[in-house]
Design a protein around this ligand. Sequence first.
Ligand SMILES: Cc1cc2nc3c(=O)[nH]c(=O)nc-3n(C[C@H](O)[C@H](O)[C@H](O)COP(=O)(O)O)c2cc1C
Length: 263
Amino acid sequence: MNFINQKLNRVSVRSFSDKKISQKDIDQLKKIINASDTCFNGQQFSAIFVNDKETKRKIYESVKERNSAKHVLECDTFVFFFADFNRINIANDIYLKNHKSIVDKKLLARTEIIDSLLYSVMDATIAAQVTVDAATSLGIDSCFTGSTSRNAVGIKKIFNLPDYLIPVVGVALGYASQEGRDKSEFEPKINKIYDNCYPQDQVKKEVEDFEISSNKYYLEKHNLDISYSKRTIEYYRHLSDDMFTKNIKIIWDNNWMSSDKSK
Ligand SMILES: Cc1cc2nc3c(=O)[nH]c(=O)nc-3n(C[C@H](O)[C@H](O)[C@H](O)COP(=O)(O)O)c2cc1C
């Protein structure tokens, strides 16, 4: 099967067998992640490969909504992607040492918070997608896992991270168990592609239509009276302030001392 067909047939897998990923495949994944594109080649992301059971357990236990991260325990390897401005700060120190005439010695991460955050989150996200795609081409199953990133402060402790690393998303890798294969399914998708312009009226109509078709899908397939708007909006409504924003502030503002109070 060529890559396009593999990709079109891929579904997220949340239950894994004991089958191990070969070292050769892990090495290939590491190589391709290191080669992934980054904003202006600034390379502001890092990935940590976790195959140690105890660390996977700690990651799982750091998640509030554990249901959304059960597969972390079962997968062969969990790859954690971080927006990494620590590397840029190290480069900043070198730069300032070599360019003594520059007066402003403030950390870049402190002066341009949104820009640096966006660039590094983009890099980490792209690297995670590269991993999923490469894994797909190697016949390895996967599941993006964002819930493991919400307790950024907890993750910082597990890996003993320096400041300016924000967990963005994890990717669980392995081979589907029979249950994983049986439960995997194509979830309904809305069109997101347009030619030459952004057609607001069409977008509105698509969301309205998708509301009906997604509700029909969940009712028929899972006997659940939910829909696109119900799932999505309730997700946003229930985001509590101990998630990304608060954690990012703690880590990005170098205010680590107050982190324990954030829980
Ligand atoms: C950034 C991101 C974070 C995600 N986080 C989770 C997660 O925490 N737990 C989970 O089970 N699935 C997670 N997913 C997987 C989505 O639920 C999945 O992509 C979506 O349901 C579509 O299903 P499909 O990949 O099988 O087409 C995440 C996906 C993305 C892109």
